[in-house]
Every structure is written in structure tokens, then in C-alpha cells.
Ligand binder design. Structure first.
Ligand SMILES: NC(=O)C1=CN([C@@H]2O[C@H](COP(=O)(O)OP(=O)(O)OC[C@H]3O[C@@H](n4cnc5c(N)ncnc54)[C@H](O)[C@@H]3O)[C@@H](O)[C@H]2O)[C@H](O)CC1
Ligand SMILES: [K+]
Length: 215
């Protein structure tokens, strides 16, 4: 899959897969999490103290599911949650309940981000819609200040996935697991610098014309 897509295409393909094909959003989220988890395990990361920094959109839900997969593997992992929990998507709300069942600790101490051995960035994906400020910017600065290796889910948080522009501040990742297709913004110089090695994960979302031969 060498094609790269825009934010609007990513959103349209997601909606088509969920609403027309009928694959539930939580199934797609689980596949996104499994793909990211496998890329983490296949890399040479120090997994002695992992932190997943997650927003309350579906990018955060992907990350919270990754935290659960790591925890079940016996890896020491904690969550740092950003944003208003009242505004969490239904999928992310469900992932938080599952994480709670497994007793995954939640911290609000930025020092835990700086001290982690490996960081998963799940703050924003293709839903980033404005400049990053306040607590979100503080968390991204803490991620960038850490010595740890960093893996971004879908898009490095703070990067505009259409242009590669930094929306105030953005995570500089060592690798990015991006869903379905690469994003055009990750092909720019700024996008490449922030995404690191890009892994494109097939999670069951395809361009509408991609599967005409099987229908
Ligand atoms: N659609 C699906 O089922 C799948 C999506 N996947 C992942 O989900 C994200 C896209 O999720 P979405 O909820 O649309 O958006 P985000 O999580 O990226 O962020 C939205 C969230 O953030 C808030 N927000 C936006 N900009 C800012 C800002 N500058 N400061 C503060 N807050 C901001 C916004 O209000 C929302 O609350 C996609 O990238 C994938 O990772 C799955 O992969 C599976 C299928
Ligand atoms: K992200």
C-alpha cells in the first residue's frame, strides 16, 4: 500500500468501513492497537517502564488499548490522560473501562513521562483541528524532553496530517504506526522528521475503489 491520503479521505474511509461495510468501530480500534503493539514488540525498545499518553478522541482509544495489550504481556505500563473525559468518544470510554478492569495505573505527573523508558503518543491523530496549547503542549514538550524512544499512533501529535505543519508543538517520534494508508503530511520534510520510521498498518479500512473486485 504505497498510496498516501488526506485527513478527509481517512475520515471518509473510516466512516464507510463502519457505516456501510459494517465493521464495528471497536474492531477497527482493536486492530489499530494490535498493529501498534506488534510494531513495538518487534522493535528494540526498553519496555521496563512504558507510558501511554492518550487524548479522549479515538487516537487516545487506540493508545489505551495498546496499554492494555502491554499490561497483559506483563509489561509495566501506565496511562497519562489528557482532555475532558466527559467528551471521550464511546470507543475511548469503553477502552478506559477495560483499562480500569485490568488495573492499569493512571498518572497526572509529567515527570513520569520524562522518566519513562518508552513512550506511546496517542494524543491526537487525524482529528487535530487547531493549535496545541496548555496541558496538551506541556505533555508534548515532556515527551520530547524524555530520553525514551517514542512511538506515535497514526500521526505524531501536533502534526497536521495534510500539510506536515507543526500546530504549535509536535511529538518527534522514532516510529509511527499509521492506519490504513500513509498520510500526505507525513511525506513532507517536517512530517518525515516528526514521524520517524513509518509503518502502515492494514486494519481493514480500504479506499472505496480498492475492493470493487471482491464485491
Ligand atoms: N474512526 C475510527 O473508528 C477509527 C479511528 N482510529 C483512530 O482515531 C483517530 C481519529 O480519531 P478522532 O476521534 O476523530 O480524533 P483524534 O483522536 O485525533 O482527536 C480528536 C480529539 O482531540 C480534540 N482536539 C483536536 N485538536 C485539539 C487541540 N489542538 N487541542 C486540544 N484538543 C484538540 C478534539 O476536540 C477531540 O476531542 C485516528 O487518527 C486513529 O488513530 C482508529 O485507528 C480505528 C478506527
Ligand atoms: K498520535
Amino acid at each position: 500500500m504505497s498510496k498516501a491520503i488526506t485527513i478527509a479521505e481517512a475520515q471518509r474511509y473510516d466512516a464507510h468501513t463502519i457505516n456501510k461495510v459494517g465493521i464495528p468501530a471497536l474492531v477497527l480500534m482493536e486492530r489499530a492497537a494490535l498493529a501498534t503493539f506488534n510494531n513495538i514488540l518487534n522493535d528494540d525498545f526498553d519496555l521496563s517502564q512504558v507510558i501511554v499518553v492518550a487524548g479522549v478522541g479515538n487516537n487516545g482509544g487506540d493508545g489505551i488499548a495498546v496499554a492494555r495489550l502491554l499490561k497483559i504481556r506483563g509489561i509495566d505500563v501506565e496511562l497519562y490522560i489528557l482532555g475532558d473525559l466527559e467528551k471521550a468518544t464511546p470507543q475511548t470510554d469503553q477502552q478506559l473501562k477495560i483499562a480500569q478492569y485490568y488495573g492499569i495505573p493512571v498518572t497526572n505527573d509529567l515527570n513520569h513521562i520524562v522518566a519513562a523508558s518508552m513512550i506511546v503518543d496517542a494524543i491526537f491523530g487525524v482529528g487535530l483541528s487547531r493549535e496545541v496549547t496548555g496541558n496538551f503542549a506541556n505533555a508534548i514538550n515532556a515527551i520530547n524532553a524524555a530520553d525514551a524512544k517514542k512511538v506515535a499512533i497514526d500521526v505524531p501529535s501536533g502534526i497536521n496530517a495534510d500539510t506536515g505543519d507543526v500546530m504549535g508543538v509536535a511529538v518527534v517520534a522514532d516510529s509511527t504506526t499509521t492506519m490504513a494508508y500513509n498520510k500526505i503530511g507525513l511525506l513532507t520534510a517536517s512530517g518525515k522528521h516528526h514521524a520517524g520510521t513509518v509503518h502502515v498498518a492494514d486494519i481493514g479500512i480500504y479506499a472505496q475503489d480498492h475492493l470493487e473486485h471482491v464485491r
